[in-house]
Design a protein around this ligand. Structure first.
Ligand code: FAD
Length: 404
């Protein structure tokens, strides 16, 4: 399954264009030239190779390494970079929307796994600040009303105004559901922590190394990168938006789009602190409280996004990115409509979501198309991928995500 990366470090070296390498490869610095000319010695054969160490791949190597499997994770950029789909400091998680559906056991497992990762790494990445969903005449679903042990509150218009006066000018009849199990996950910290613990358990990680080709036969898999060739019993492909290039089966089934995220100064930051303010959703818009170590109230719009491709996406935020969220802030959350403190762009991948063995190919499984809501599940998806790699099946209920 040869792929043709737009930029391959080795080609630049051959061309003698080392000086331009750092700029053209989106972060692969020229300091890597010596390493590239001198490929790293590879272990003969791993139990598993994980391609891509974003949200899904990092969770997978963590799970595999903890089980004692010999695992190699390969990442084309730096660990916990912001060039894929997991950058931007924080992601939302919630339980209420998934009650009674196929994702309920997965979100519960994911939350257990986030807590386990916090213990293993000594880092706090899950701030359980609650999730507030504002809507006109919001009602509990039958599954939400029946769910025992799930802390959900309904706030009528006056309770909403009293508890969260930050929101204003709401349409008549707006009330809210408050899911106390919801909260903020620190995305880059989670990826770095997964990698950290995996390394501690003996995983090998090669960052700034691009997978260019992979093949599979009865005996296992062979993965060719910009620095060497590696063999394993199993390959997990978790390349996010780049799956479109690595998995021929998906070429016409994935769509990648560009979205943006903004952080804005609040008039009174203390009322937006993570201790006082939840993550929230209001129609297509959603937002986050302010973290003690990252300034600003984060707000974004969940929509289909502008079609793009991972290697040619415009990563510079522009005026219309900002206008998209400013309009909502001005209307409903004006006390957070201060100066722009940060803006980032990010990619959704639409299609599945799929998780399972790659159809018709031995010893390869994959995860793809986790679009705008996949991060919160990544700690559980990583476990399911590790199960498939080691046992060929998983106890987690992932059948509904079976691939094409
Ligand atoms: C703006 C935005 C907001 C979001 N908000 C939320 C939210 O609030 N809650 C939520 O749950 N989800 C959210 N999501 C979705 C979630 O973040 C993604 O579904 C998830 O992060 C995807 O993880 P991934 O591992 O599939 O992709 P990535 O994290 O992008 O990882 C893929 C990795 O593979 C590497 N790779 C690719 N090709 C190669 C190669 N050839 N060789 C080596 N490495 C390679 C890439 O460099 C990358 O690191 C949001 C997404 C975006 C873009």
């Amino acid at each position: 399954m040869a792929i043709k990366p737009a930029l391959v470090r080795r080609d630049f070296l051959k061309l003698g264009s080392v000086a331009t390498l750092g700029v053209l490869t989106d972060g692969l610095s020229t300091t890597m030239a010596a390493e590239a000319a001198n490929p790293a010695p590879a272990r003969l054969r791993y139990d598993c190779i994980v391609l891509g160490l974003g949200a899904m791949g990092s969770a997978c190597i963590y799970q595999l390494a903890k089980r004692g499997a010999s695992v190699l994770g390969i990442e084309q950029f730096d660990l916990a970079h912001a060039l894929g789909s997991s950058g931007g400091i924080s992601r939302q998680t919630k339980v209420a929307p998934y009650l009674g559906g196929p994702y309920e056991p997965l979100i519960r497992r994911a939350n257990e796994n986030w807590r386990a990762l916090e213990k293993d790494s000594g880092q706090q990445m899950f701030h359980e600040c609650g999730w507030l969903e504002l809507a006109v005449n919001k009602q509990l679903s039958p599954a939400q009303a029946a769910s025992a042990g799930t802390r959900i509150e309904m706030l009528d218009a006056s309770a909403l105004a009293n508890r969260y006066p930050q929101f204003h000018n709401l349409p008549a009849g707006t009330n809210a559901l408050l899911d106390h199990q919801g909260g903020l996950l620190r995305s880059e910290l989670a990826i770095a922590s997964h990698c950290h613990v995996a390394l501690r358990h003996g995983a090998h990680i090669r960052a700034r190394e691009v997978v260019m080709d992979w093949t599979s036969n009865e005996a296992g898999v062979t993965v060719t990168t910009s620095r060497g060739t590696y063999r394993a019993k199993h390959l997990v492909i978790a390349a996010g938006a780049w799956n479109v290039r690595l998995i021929p089966h998906l070429r016409d089934r994935l769509r990648v789009t560009r979205l943006s995220l903004g952080w804005f100064a609040a008039e009174r930051p203390e009322i937006f602190k993570v201790e006082n303010f939840p993550i929230w959703g209001h129609g297509a818009y959603y937002g986050f409280p302010e973290l003690p170590d990252f300034p600003g109230v984060k707000v974004a719009k969940h929509w289909r996004g502008d079609p793009t491709a991972p290697d040619r996406m415009d990563r510079t935020p522009n005026a219309s990115d900002e206008k998209l969220v400013r309009d909502h802030l001005a209307k409903h959350l004006s006390s957070a409509n201060g100066t722009t403190l940060a803006f980032k762009v990010c990619m959704y991948t639409w299609g599945g979501p799929w998780l399972g063995p790659l159809p018709g190919v031995k010893h390869v499984s994959f995860i793809a198309a986790c679009n705008g809501g996949g991060f919160k599940f990544s700690s559980a998806y990583g476990e399911a991928l590790a199960d498939l790699a080691t046992d060929g099946k998983s106890e987690l209920p992932i059948e509904f995500m079976n691939p094409i």
